[in-house]
Design a binder for this molecule. Structure first.
Ligand code: CP
Length: 307
């Protein structure tokens, strides 16, 4: 059981808490395809999504996860809400609290937005991504996917490549994967990954050469170049980025033979990964999406079932 009101970050989760979510997700995954197994464990619970930034996977998988467990999901369409009349995040949260919402799932461009909301509402708050800080549920689904594919995380060489500096996915994965005993290499151009990131956790190495970064890798996780978070273009153009920092099929020979290719999505095809890598036999990118529903079902169940 998660003895917490909220799920805001991986940084402060214990190894036991992470494993409890991953074990529960395994039970949940069967319910996605086999509708007969779906239950009403969260009947009468209400869940609302507050997405101040765009999303396809995270928002839809949370809404479906709630539905598959019998809860009632609603989306506060931010664009048509009173946020556009100037209502603050806290006032929006308190308003929803008064309506009896049991869980609020928030994505926001500001670091710490989910923490601020959690301090001011009785509902459970789940961070669906805050600025460049953390995206805990993405890291949990990534850890689940690696465990399912490789049978373990401890001792694996996991390379995260691309736009690391702006990536909340990279930060959450660094915290989670190293807690579970992986060796993490962060690789990208010096404009998109800082040597300082080695201080995030033990067993983290930063390199500025992709070939060096993926050497002997068990898992390679590509990250999207987040053009929306760049103040200035960090490289001349996307064609040159792909040439020097994109993962191409012939480069997979540098990694282990059974290397697993991952990406949180959405992918810029032909920028961080070539299309034949994205759609190739080593890729589990589509399975990650399904695992996202299972992991989010587990999180909702563990946070809400005893409230
Ligand atoms: N990986 C991820 O967060 O995708 P969305 O932006 O589509 O939710």
């Amino acid at each position: 059981m998660l003895k917490r009101k909220d799920l805001l970050e991986i940084k402060s989760l214990s190894e036991d808490e992470i494993l409890s979510i991953l074990h529960t997700a395994k039970d949940m995954k069967q319910k996605i395809d086999n509708t007969a197994l779906r239950s009403q464990e969260l009947k009468n619970k209400s869940v609302v999504t507050l997405f101040y930034e765009n999303s396809t996977r995270t928002k839809m998988s949370f809404m479906l996860a709630a539905d598959y467990l019998g809860a009632k999901p609603e989306d506060l369409g931010i664009a048509t809400s009173s946020v556009n009349k100037g209502e603050s995040l806290i006032d929006t949260g308190v308003t929803l609290d008064q309506m009896g919402i049991n869980a609020m799932i928030i994505r926001h461009s500001l670091t710490g937005a989910s923490h601020l909301l959690a301090k001011n509402v009785d509902a459970c708050v789940i961070n669906a991504g805050d600025g460049s800080n953390e995206h805990p549920t993405q890291a949990l689904l990534d850890m689940y996917s690696i465990l399912e594919e490789k049978g373990k995380i401890e001792g694996l060489n996991i390379s995260i490549i691309g736009d690391i500096a702006n990536s909340r996915v990279a930060r959450s994965n660094v915290f989670g994967l190293t807690k579970l005993g992986a060796n993490v290499t962060l690789a990208g151009p010096s404009t998109l990954v800082s040597k300082n990131m080695e201080t995030l956790s033990k067993n983290v190495k930063v390199v500025n050469n992709i070939e060096e970064g993926i050497k002997n890798a068990d898992v390679i996780m590509g990250l999207r170049v987040q053009f929306e978070r760049q103040k200035t273009m960090p490289f001349p153009n996307t064609r040159e980025y792909h040439q020097f920092f994109g993962l191409k099929k012939d480069m997979l020979a540098i990694a282990k033979e059974d290397v697993t290719i991952m990406h949180p999505g959405p992918v810029n095809r032909g920028v961080e990964l070539s299309t034949d890598v994205i759609d190739g036999k080593n890729s589990i990118i589509n399975e990650q999406v399904k695992n996202g529903v299972a992991v989010r079902m587990a999180i909702l169940k563990l946070l809400l079932e005893n409230r």
